[in-house]
Design a protein around this ligand. Structure first.
Ligand code: EPU
Length: 338
């Protein structure tokens, strides 16, 4: 196995940014990864693991080694009374795993339909949508330690999951490569339609009998109506996290903005939609040269083709500044800016 030099990442990031990596290699098994990690030419101080590249903004060429996880395979590993454990390789496309679960009538991730990216990247930011997060069905993962090459299994309680957070973005950042993820899915699905838009979409789709497939189709339809398809318009989904503020700050905010949507958050906090704040600052649909803010979802920054990452980063800074000035809230990027 060898490294490629000055490797184009244009097709490996959903923003479609035209950047290169100093070194690049892919791996299709744990063993291949372990071999790569022992090659003397590998600079272990600057490694980036790419799955689908759907949560990264490159502002310059990457001056290190990109390792792409191409471990495939979905296996049912255990059946208990009401649950089935399924293990998937880190390189499996997340939506393919969702489709597998629906075909096998296993419930729990149907609300996470059509999230771009790979299974291996999903635990890093505890992906979530429409009232469900990965952590709700997560059972365990296997990861390779970059320094030692050894394999370690992490159970849910080891992963420090939070809102778009995990231990792999914090204390263990840059130390492990997730190779396999195991989920615990239900043979007797409980449908989660609490997210308003799902109910409305199911009604407009004229669904009589709820099923995993119907919910998945409703979620796909909502996502397609709001979120740009990265194959057509470069983007990385939500660029910012939804901020969580104190009850006191929320009362003040609500007094000045009676129509602001809100959701309860852990720790007696209140989550407010960043998309709403950004729209109120006048950014929704704003186009600057060949990049801008998506017209249907202000939380999504887009590259219409040929933009530079540093331009999108500057736009993000301007958005943060104007939301801060108008609402006193500091937005945090969800996307990994490199
Ligand atoms: N809103 C606006 N203007 C906008 C966008 C949103 O006023 O331009 C308002 C909506 O009207 C709604 C509220 O904000 O009242 C929430 O909007 P939406 O349901 O579209 O969800 P979101 O909070 O903007 C989050 C996730 C998405 C996920 C959706 C659905 C984050 C950072 N984003 O977005 O995740 O798909 O909920 O559950 O939590 C992603 O992480 O990449 C992502 C797309």
């Amino acid at each position: 196995m060898t490294f490629r030099q000055n490797y184009s990442l244009k097709d490996l990031n959903t923003f479609g940014l035209d950047v290169t990596a100093k070194q690049y290699a892919s791996f299709s098994s744990v063993q291949e990864l372990q071999v790569l990690l022992q090659l003397p030419e590998l600079d272990k101080s600057n490694i980036l693991i790419l799955g689908g590249g759907s949560n990264v903004l490159f502002t310059q060429n990457f001056d290190g080694t990109v390792l792409q996880n191409k471990i495939e395979g979905i296996t049912i590993t255990e059946e208990t009374g009401d649950f089935t454990l399924i293990e998937a390789g880190g390189g499996v496309l997340w939506h393919d795993l969702v489709l597998f679960s629906i075909e096998n009538n296993l419930g729990g991730i149907e609300n996470l339909s059509l999230i771009p990216g790979t299974v291996g990247a999903a635990p890093l930011q505890n992906i979530g949508a429409y009232g469900v997060e990965l952590k709700d069905t997560f059972y365990s993962l296997e990861a390779v330690n970059i320094a030692s090459g050894t394999v370690k299994r992490f159970k849910a309680e080891d992963c420090g999951f939070g809102y778009r957070e995990s231990i792999f973005k914090k204390e263990l950042k840059g130390q492990y490569i997730v190779t396999h993820v195991t989920l615990k899915l239900s043979k007797n699905p409980v449908f989660n339609t609490s997210y308003g838009a799902i109910k409305d979409t199911l009604i407009s789709m004229n669904v009589q009998d709820l099923s995993l497939k119907a919910i998945s189709e409703a979620v796909c339809s909502i996502r397609k109506s709001k979120l740009p398809d990265p194959k057509q318009i470069g983007n990385a989904g939500s660029f910012f996290k939804n901020p969580e503020i104190s009850q006191e700050d929320f009362v003040q905010l609500k007094a000045q903005n009676p129509d602001i949507p809100s959701y309860p958050a852990p720790g007696n906090k209140v989550k407010v939609p960043a998309g709403w704040l950004i729209e109120r600052c006048g950014w929704k649909g704003k186009k600057l040269e060949n990049y801008g803010v998506h017209k249907d979802q202000a939380l999504v920054l887009v590259n219409y083709g040929g933009a530079h990452g540093h331009q999108i980063k500057a736009l993000a800074h301007d958005i943060i500044a104007s939301v801060k000035e108008r609402f006193g809230i500091t937005l945090t990027p969800e996307v990994n800016i490199l």
